[in-house]
Design a protein around this ligand. Structure first.
Ligand SMILES: [Mn+2]
Length: 342
């Protein structure tokens, strides 16, 4: 739960501000879009509709375009000048679902230079201290859960409606791997229960997000699982990789490889799954683990990445083969830890 005194301070700032910008991270996911639009849904009911702008560093993925209020999201890649102006001239900026300004790419400088009062509302580990007020709860399943907690503690729950609930449900569902990660607690389920009670259509939301395969994507996944799955049984580890040529062959579009990393963990006894994908001269790595194996510290230590204990990422400016062989060498140092992972 969030600290009551920081929440009250944040509410005071929201009420007195007439130029509020809500920001979330580059490549926004369900929790990013859900938390920004969910908070917006509450702010409209505080009669702040005119005062609030929502800005994304780049486009929202197609599978999230049905989210309530998402048509009002400004894509800074298309309106960079305007987005920077809004950030620089805001009197209050609320940053949702990211812990460091580096996560907003081209908007980083204006966020840092803005005279606005800055609030961070986020569940990632180790939030940067650039903000004036940090609302951090690393035990929360998602930023969407924190938005609910925030609203509930402020007595805003009578403002909860189906639109807000659809946004928040989306972020909680996607950030908890459909309610299965350790971060998804009894509290999370009680919150989800209240969201469902507003009338959200759970199977419609699930379908909007997960049943969006193109034929190419499904065939690509089949090929990778068949031909490229590497299983290091002694290390309870599997990995997959996707190079640029394969992406061209299957006409891979942005977002198509989302979730590929999770398949490895479905093999019995595997506790670490890794996905490497070549992207614009870099290799993007996704790590997923089960139980006690901490991929946040592993990604930080070897690849300058990070994230959460069971879900982390990194970007490395090296060739695919080199990155994979570094990974394999590193993982060999963790045999005991992987063996004893529960
Ligand atoms: Mn999140």
């Amino acid at each position: 739960m969030l600290q009551k005194d920081t929440i009250i301070e944040a509410e005071k700032l929201i009420k007195q501000s007439n130029n509020i910008v809500l920001l979330t991270h580059f490549n926004p996911d369900g929790d990013a879009i859900g938390s920004i639009t969910g908070l917006y849904g509450f702010l409209i009911q505080l009669k702040k509709e005119e005062a609030v702008k929502m800005i994304l560093p780049n486009a929202q993925p197609d599978f999230l375009k049905w989210i309530p209020h998402s048509k009002k999201l400004m894509n800074a890649e298309q309106h960079l000048k305007k987005a920077n102006e809004l950030i620089l001239n805001a009197d209050l900026i609320i940053s949702l679902d990211f812990n460091t300004p580096a996560r907003i790419n081209d908007l980083e400088a204006s966020l840092r230079n803005s005279k606005a009062i800055k609030i961070t509302l986020d569940h990632h580990l180790q939030p940067d201290d650039y903000a004036n007020l940090i609302l951090s709860d690393v035990s929360a399943s998602s930023t969407c859960q924190m938005v609910f907690d925030f609203a509930e503690q402020l007595g805003w729950k009578n403002y909860l409606n189906k639109d807000i609930a659809e946004s928040l449900y989306t972020g909680i569902m996607t950030d908890t791997g459909s309610f299965r990660f350790d971060s998804c607690t009894g509290t999370t389920h009680r919150i989800v229960g209240e969201l469902i009670d507003t009338g959200v259509d759970k199977s419609k939301i699930h379908g909007n997000i997960y049943d969006t395969n193109s034929e190419n994507r499904l065939r690509l996944l089949g090929k990778l699982l068949h031909e490229k799955l590497e299983v290091l049984s002694d290390y309870r580890t599997v990995f997959l990789s996707l190079n640029a040529a394969e992406q061209a062959q299957f006409e891979v579009k942005k977002g198509d490889t989302e979730g590929f990393v999770n398949y490895g963990l479905s093999i019995e006894n595997i506790v670490l799954s890794v996905f490497f994908v070549e992207r614009e001269g870099e290799v993007k790595i996704s790590f997923r683990s089960k139980g006690s194996f901490d991929v946040n510290s592993f990604a930080r230590k070897y690849f300058k990445g990070g994230g959460h204990k069971n879900a982390s990422g990194a970007n490395v400016k090296k060739g695919m083969d080199e990155v994979i062989s570094e990974f394999v060498s590193a993982i060999k140092l963790y045999k005991d830890e992987l063996e004893s992972t529960v």
